[in-house]
Design a protein around this ligand. Structure first.
Ligand code: DOR
Ligand code: ZN
Length: 359
């Protein structure tokens, strides 16, 4: 790559992860430290089994997360509500006003992992969206159609044209984050929209295109949803991430699955990138010669969109090449040891997060 920098280390304001899956129980305990070590806050996805569909469930899940965070880390989980066809607008508003629900997540029914209870018809949730628009509560969208007649590689673009554009016409003041965008179409849509619309970009979509899933065989560790697209889309995402436009910010979509769920005839969607997430973004920004834009993308634009203060502390990235382990072990149910494959397994990464105590 032509523009690599020779910096030895960079300090940036502590970042936040605006899209994260932590799961629950033993896996939660095994994975949360990978995020809380580096990130100050994270928006926690509600697609548990059963999903988070009430204020009480969100409060209890938040307590379990906080209990699982290593004692040395200060970390704030920002909870989301899982929208269903019959979610009550009153419950949503109460959760938002009481500071429990930070936002609400829209999964089109059956669009991804644990989305079977998601929304079956966007027109059926007008009263929820009306409420959200009036109280300024952000709507986080998994933007894919589930129509089986639509090619899987087109599902994001079709969602934007078929559903998102009409939805925003109906609710022009709704604040929307189009999560984990994967296409040039989404990039262009978000950058040409109003300041109410933003998008998160994952580290994996900056590094892999769809070939990764088929490299020498079927590689379920690179399978996530929305699925990685053609190279030209990966390059469009890179341009968006490094653009310095505040509508694009960091959201890892780190989504751990046990080996048994990945290595099966129907492997689950999800890439576990939390262990080296910031390093992965730094690698991409460095390859583009744009490390000086990393702080804004990772630590500022999300907070600005959501109207939150920036984190006060900083973290340091040190240039120190290292090989990502092939497997990470976390303790699972009944003292068992679960094996998770981190994103970049076996790859060399050139940046390492230098950990500050008491972040
Ligand atoms: O790849 C994904 N995994 N995409 C999602 O939207 C959900 C996530 C998960 O929960 O595993
Ligand atoms: Zn997700």
């Amino acid at each position: 790559m032509p523009f690599e920098s020779n910096l030895k280390q960079i300090a940036i304001r502590r970042p936040d992860d605006w899209h994260l899956h932590l799961r629950d129980g033993d896996i939660l305990k095994g994975v949360v430290g990978h995020t809380s070590r580096v990130f100050g806050r994270a928006v926690i996805m509600p697609n548990l089994m059963p999903p988070i569909t009430s204020v009480d469930a969100a409060i209890q899940y938040r307590e379990r997360i906080i209990a699982a965070v290593p004692a040395a880390d200060s970390f704030t989980p920002l909870m989301t509500a899982y929208l269903t066809d019959d979610f009550s607008p009153n419950e949503l508003e109460r959760g938002y006003k009481e500071g429990v629900f930070f936002a609400a997540k829209l999964y089109p029914a059956n669009s991804t992992t644990n989305a079977s209870e998601g929304v079956t018809d966007l027109n059926a949730i007008d009263s929820l969206l009306e409420t959200m628009e009036s109280i300024r509560m952000p709507l986080l969208i998994h933007g894919e159609v589930v129509d089986p007649s639509v090619d899987i590689f087109d599902r994001e673009a079709v969602f934007i044209d078929r559903h998102l554009i009409p939805l925003l016409k109906k609710f022009p003041d709704l604040r929307v984050v189009l999560e984990h965008i994967t296409t040039e179409h989404a990039v262009q849509f978000v950058e040409s929209s109003s300041a109410n619309i933003a998008a998160t970009i994952t580290p994996h979509h900056l590094h892999i295109n769809r070939n990764a899933m088929f490299l020498g065989g079927l590689r379920s560790d690179f399978y996530c949803l929305p699925v990685a697209k053609r190279e030209r889309h990966r390059l469009a995402l890179r341009r968006a991430a490094i653009s310095g436009e505040p509508c694009f910010f960091l959201g890892t979509d780190s989504a751990p699955h046990l080996r048994s769920s990945k290595e099966s005839s129907c492997g689950c969607a999800g890439i576990f990138n939390a262990p080296f997430a910031l390093e992965s973004y730094a690698e991409a920004f460095d390859q583009e010669g744009m490390l000086d834009r990393l702080q804004a993308f990772a630590s500022e634009f999300g907070a600005l969109f959501y109207g939150l203060p920036f984190n006060k502390s900083s973290i340091t990235l040190v240039r120190d090449s290292h090989i990502v382990p092939n497997i990470l072990e976390v303790s699972g149910q009944n003292q068992s040891v679960e094996r998770l494959v981190p994103f970049h397994a076996g790859d060399s990464l050139r940046w390492r997060v230098f950990y500050h105590e008491n972040n």
